[in-house]
Write a protein that binds this ligand. Structure first.
Ligand SMILES: [Cu+2]
Length: 126
């Protein structure tokens, strides 16, 4: 009876909370190197939110693309990457950038009058 039952339960509950916080944190850590970094992006007429993303060369990433309206897509011609996003759907684009630079992805599915200017800029740093 050295440790009352209540603090025990409380400490058990704290562990999953800490794990959740660690998984959504931004701090680079050893475990982050193994798990692709997930970047949530909203696609809608006629923009991506955020419109710019910075990633590191050699760091595996997954762009998690959500459409809030019609079907969209994303295509980075210079990186040979493409994904389709269904109407109100979610699509994942997994890749590991292997070159440094700034790359502009264009919407690859006609979505209306602003389609041609719907872009996502990807900065790949060393
Ligand atoms: Cu479009």
């Amino acid at each position: 009876m050295k440790m009352p039952i209540l603090p025990r339960i409380a400490s058990l509950a704290v562990v999953p909370c800490l794990l959740m916080l660690a998984s959504i944190g931004h701090a680079p850590s050893a475990q982050a190197a193994d798990t692709p970094r997930r970047i949530e992006i909203t696609a809608k007429r006629f923009e991506y939110i955020p419109a710019e993303v910075t990633v590191k060369k050699g760091e595996p990433v997954v762009l998690v693309l959500h459409s809030t309206d019609v079907a969209h897509g994303i295509k980075f011609a210079d990186l040979n990457l493409k994904a389709d996003i269904g109407t109100a759907g979610t699509s994942e684009l997994a890749f590991t950038p292997d070159k440094v630079g700034t790359f502009v992805g264009h919407c690859s599915h006609f979505c209306g009058s602003g389609h041609r200017t719907t872009t996502l800029t990807l900065h790949v740093t060393e």
